[in-house]
Structures are given as structure tokens and as C-alpha cells.
Ligand binder design. Structure first.
Ligand SMILES: Cc1ncc(COP(=O)(O)O)c(C=O)c1O
Length: 431
């Protein structure tokens, strides 16, 4: 049995995983052409690159009217504003996601109501949604997390029964399909991020997919300082400047060309990983829901059994990283997120509605277990590194398995380093 790298042994992997984003002369040429065209900005909106990107994006995703904008947070804020949801309205969001999913309703003046996630998918639990509905509930934001999709059948049934708007936060789900319907095309709105780490990236950017033409016009108006976008060009709205630049759109057009090949590569390697780890005890995969007809791996989550390994995911990930394997523990449960603590938000919503923000009194057992005990998140680059790259990861998991008796002692010995490492990866401050 080889010694763990954290104890001075040789790490499993010394070469880095493939860099992201992928680029070559095609991106340079696209940006150069845009620079030479003199049309850099987003005004008048949409510019030619942006309009082309919008059409191709909705084609790739399988529906909706695409309104590109600056990022995948304002997409959700704009969707809520377009749907007339704002001050004092309740918006149900999952307790296990990036802070943007809850920050966006607050920016629109609405109250995010956190609910727990399902243990099988780590996506929003439909039963918890039903329990959280009140007379003030106006919308549900579901998140398709990592490679999983939320149960869209149940969510759409609930939304229809209670007349709620559904926004799919599909920041992780470019290309994913539920019953062959594209993520982000099932609810009223689909929100996509094109942030540097995302599997379709332009450095910064976001796309709002709208089911309804009128909503798309309103969204385009809101992001273009309220300029009218309806056919008569008469209806001004209250807007801001969230336009996307033509330089970003130029990168996006190339990214869309690359995307199908990269997605197929990741999917193949995720299948391979699943075959390889099925024999390692104490490790399990989130079950596949057959209704999710296409997965798209932004991240891939494994569950460890903390009793079997006698440690939590923070120690497990720390030891794996020392082996040269890029894994982390993912997001904090939303009520533990420093970035989201209402007293730091400087937003009027928590001041006006403090009864909704008693985070110390909240408990979301599944989100807490995922975040603090069992989930191990793997980056997309592992799945672009061929079988050799995946084999490295599997060898690391096997090595931790074989050395599992040492893990409780390592958790104590490296407690401080592990805490800092985990807090940094979770974007939490040390308390
Ligand atoms: C689930 C989720 N929603 C929303 C966002 C926000 O996207 P952006 O960074 O483009 O604002 C992200 C990530 O960045 C995310 O992971």
C-alpha cells in the first residue's frame, strides 16, 4: 500500500489536468474581426454577434427565446422583474446552490425562501417546495446542480397548481435534457451563466431563455436601459444597462462550435468513471434519473460514506488534493454562506423582512449533509483528460480507501489546514 502524499508519499498525479477554457486561433480571429469591425459594445442592443449567438444558443438548447446579458445572476433578477415579481414577494430557492440563486431575488426586492434538496439529486426537493408555499409565493427557482437535473415533472405540476413562475437556474446545465427537453426550456425562464468556469464560457456572460415572446421583449428592454423592444417600439420599461458586449459574443460563437464535442467527451468519461468506482467501497454516485435524457458535466458529485471513511468530505478532499487530484466540497448550505448573510448584503429586503432571515434557526439536513459530510465535487477538466486522467482520479480514490484507517488521525493532525482549505473552496470566511 503506497503512502499518502499528505504524509510524504508520492502523489498519484503530478501533471495538471487540461486547462479551461480551450482556445486557439479561432477565438483570436473572432475577437480580432470584431475589434476591426469597430462594433465592440452592446448598443444598439442586440449587436450582430449577440443576435447570432442568441439564435444559435436557443437552437443548441432546444427552445426558448434567448436574451444574452452580462452574467448568470442578473438573468434571474431580470426574469423576476419581467414577470412582475418584486417587493415582498416570496421566491422559493434550494438551500444547496451558489449564492447567486438567492441573491438574485433579493436584488429584485423579493424574499428568497430556502428549502431543502433531495438526497438523490441534491436538487430542490418538490415536497419541500409544496410545504413552503404561502399566499405570497410567486416563483420557484430550481437549480440543475452539477450534472443532475431537478425533478421538472413535479416542479411543473406544483407550479401549475399554484400559479407560480418557474425559473430554471441552468448555470450548470448547458446541453442537458429532461425527457428530451432542454434544461431552461421547460419552465417560464432558463438562466445560464457563461462565467469563466462554466462549460460554455465567454469569460463573463449570461443568457436568459424565455418561453414567452412578450417576456423576452421585456427582458431585453430591462437590460437595455428600458428601451422598447416590442414590435411597435412604444413600451418603455424601467431598465438598467446589463447589455452584453460584441467581443464576448464573438467568443461565444466559437464556444458554441466547440461545445457539442466537449460535452460528448465529458459524458463518455463520466460513464467510464462510474464503471471504475462502482467497486470502491464507501463511495457512491448520485443515482441517474432515467427522465434526464442527457447529462452535461459541469461538475460531477460523488458521495462518500463518512462513517466508513471515519472522516468528512473536507478531510477527504484535502487528502485527494495533495494527491494532485482537483476535488472540493462544493457549496456551503445556503444559510451558512457568509456571502449571503443578510446583514452583509446591504440590501433593503432583510431589513424590511427580518423574520425570513433567521439563519441560525434554520436547518436543511440534506443540504448540510451534502455540504459538510459527504459530497466530493470533481471539476469538468477531469472528464476532458481521457481515460488516463480518469484513471488517476480512480487511483486516488482507491488509495484513500486503502489508507482509510489513517484518515481520522489526519483530520486531527491537519485540522487547521483542512479548515482553511475548505473555507476557501466554499468562499466562507473563517469564523
Ligand atoms: C448555480 C449557479 N447559479 C448562478 C451562477 C451565477 O452566474 P454568474 O457568475 O455568471 O453570475 C452560478 C455561477 O457562477 C452558479 O453556479
Amino acid at each position: 500500500m503506497s503512502a499518502l502524499a499528505v504524509l510524504g508519499g508520492d502523489p498519484i498525479r503530478t501533471e495538471s489536468y487540461p486547462r479551461w477554457p480551450v482556445f486557439d486561433q479561432a477565438e483570436i480571429q473572432a475577437v480580432t474581426e470584431t475589434v476591426l469591425s469597430g462594433r465592440w459594445g452592446g448598443s444598439p442592443y442586440p449587436g450582430p454577434n449577440t443576435a447570432k449567438f442568441a439564435a444559435k444558443f436557443s437552437e443548441m438548447q432546444g427552445g426558448g427565446i434567448a436574451v444574452p446579458m452580462m452574467n448568470g445572476t442578473i438573468t434571474m433578477e431580470v426574469a423576476l422583474r419581467a414577470a412582475g415579481i418584486g417587493w415582498g414577494d416570496e421566491v422559493i430557492v434550494p438551500a444547496y446552490t451558489f449564492q447567486a440563486t438567492a441573491a438574485a431575488p433579493m436584488a429584485a426586492g423579493a424574499i428568497p425562501v430556502l428549502v431543502d434538496v433531495s438526497p438523490d439529486s441534491y436538487c430542490i426537493d418538490p415536497a419541500a417546495v409544496v410545504n413552503a408555499i404561502t399566499e405570497r409565493t410567486k416563483a420557484i427557482i430550481v437549480v440543475h446542480l452539477a450534472a443532475q437535473m431537478a425533478d421538472m415533472d413535479a416542479i411543473m405540476d406544483i407550479a401549475r397548481a399554484h400559479n407560480l413562475v418557474v425559473i430554471e437556474d441552468a448555470a450548470h446545465a448547458h446541453g442537458a435534457r429532461w425527457r428530451d427537453m432542454g434544461a431552461g426550456t421547460i419552465g417560464d425562464f432558463g438562466s445560464f451563466s457563461l462565467h469563466s468556469a462554466k462549460i460554455l464560457t465567454t469569460g463573463e456572460g449570461g443568457v436568459l431563455l424565455c418561453k414567452d415572446q412578450h417576456m423576452a421583449e421585456l427582458a431585453a428592454s430591462i437590460i437595455d436601459c428600458g428601451r422598447p423592444k416590442d414590435t411597435d417600439k412604444q413600451n418603455f420599461t424601467m431598465g438598467v444597462n446589463y447589455r452584453w458586449s460584441e467581443l464576448h459574443a464573438a467568443l461565444g460563437l466559437v464556444a458554441l462550435e466547440r461545445f457539442p464535442g466537449q460535452m460528448a467527451q465529458r459524458a463518455e468519461m463520466a460513464d467510464y468513471l462510474e464503471e471504475c468506482v462502482s467497486e470502491i467501497l464507501g463511495i457512491s454516485m448520485l443515482p441517474r434519473d432515467p427522465r434526464q435524457t442527457r447529462r452535461s458535466q459541469y461538475r460531477y458529485i460523488l458521495k462518500i460514506d463518512p462513517d466508513y471513511y471515519q472522516c468528512n468530505n473536507d478531510t477527504f478532499c484535502y487528502v485527494m488534493v495533495k494527491e494532485g487530484l482537483p476535488v472540493d466540497t462544493g457549496y456551503p448550505a445556503m444559510h451558512r454562506y457568509d456571502l449571503f448573510q443578510p446583514q452583509l448584503s446591504h440590501l433593503p429586503v432583510p431589513v424590511a423582512f427580518p423574520e425570513y432571515f433567521k439563519f441560525d434557526e434554520m436547518s436543511f439536513p440534506i443540504a448540510e449533509a451534502a455540504s459538510e459530510c459527504e459530497s466530493v465535487w470533481m471539476g469538468e477538466s477531469i472528464f476532458r483528460s481521457g481515460k488516463h486522467g480518469v484513471d488517476g482520479l480512480v487511483a486516488g480514490l482507491q488509495k484513500l480507501h486503502d489508507n482509510r484507517e489513517k484518515l481520522p488521525q489526519l483530520a486531527e493532525q491537519f485540522a487547521e489546514e483542512i479548515e482553511i482549505h475548505d473555507q476557501l473552496s466554499k468562499m466562507r470566511k473563517r469564523r
